[in-house]
Ligand binder design. Sequence first.
Ligand SMILES: [Zn+2]
Length: 300
Amino acid sequence: MCKIIYYHGLYSSFPELSFSDPAFTRQDFARQVELLSRRYELITLNEALERSNEKNGLKQTLCVTTDDGLADNLVFAEILDRCNGKLTLFLNNNFIDNQDMMWRNKIRYVEHHTDSYRQNRLIGQLAETYQLWVPKSSLSLLNWSRTWPMALKDHLADRLWEEAGLGTVREFLERRKLYLNWTEIKELTRQGHAIGGHTRSHPDCSLLSWEELKAETVDAVGELRQRSGEPVHFLAYPFGIRPRSAWDRRLRAENSGLKRTMGIAPSLQSPTLEEREDMEKSFWKSMVYLYLMPVKRALF
Ligand SMILES: [Zn+2]
């Protein structure tokens, strides 16, 4: 049975963008991988798919995956290579080559550079202008943004960035090179790492119309395949949130190369290669998840 785990970034050089506190570090990842490589064969999802028809083909296998296409993927790949492991990278078309910055990355950065008084004022200001839901008690910008209509998410994140007076996003990305570029992605796939789709702009897919969903998934995966020359068999839904099940099936039917769509379930066992578990935790916490949680889940 294959286990599938996921990460985002290391944030050692960008602590202000980390979604977890304390930020996940290079050492956390290196220690996890070193231990996992003694017990599991660390293969790509494409290889897992090939082996899934063989009897016991997935025995003692584990797939390490990363989301959002951050430049930190180069470090993940390097650490995995040292342990004979391979990575599967889930990419968002819009951020490759640092063309734009993901809305949640923008919001996290704004949060880091504004105090809570200013954040509450920004919430009030934008809520009034765009007729948005206003929280009754204090809420972080990132949590509030989960209530936004998806069609406005990029525009609203840009407005927050402007209001916070952080210069332009383009300048920031030119300076910080937050995401991978195509040259780096092609080098990673040449080394045997695999890629998958993570939508074009990272929406909550359960809130999209069919046309929007198709553009974010079927079309985005097709473009990734064309640009990379690699198979793109997997799509990981942002936040692990699936659209309604009829649409989930329909988009796979519309793209014959797309074999699996992935959610998030705390099971660590994924016989159908459709669920992943978050392992972006400190080393000791991750060990609890890897070794004690399966026992607890089996008992209760
Ligand atoms: Zn993501």
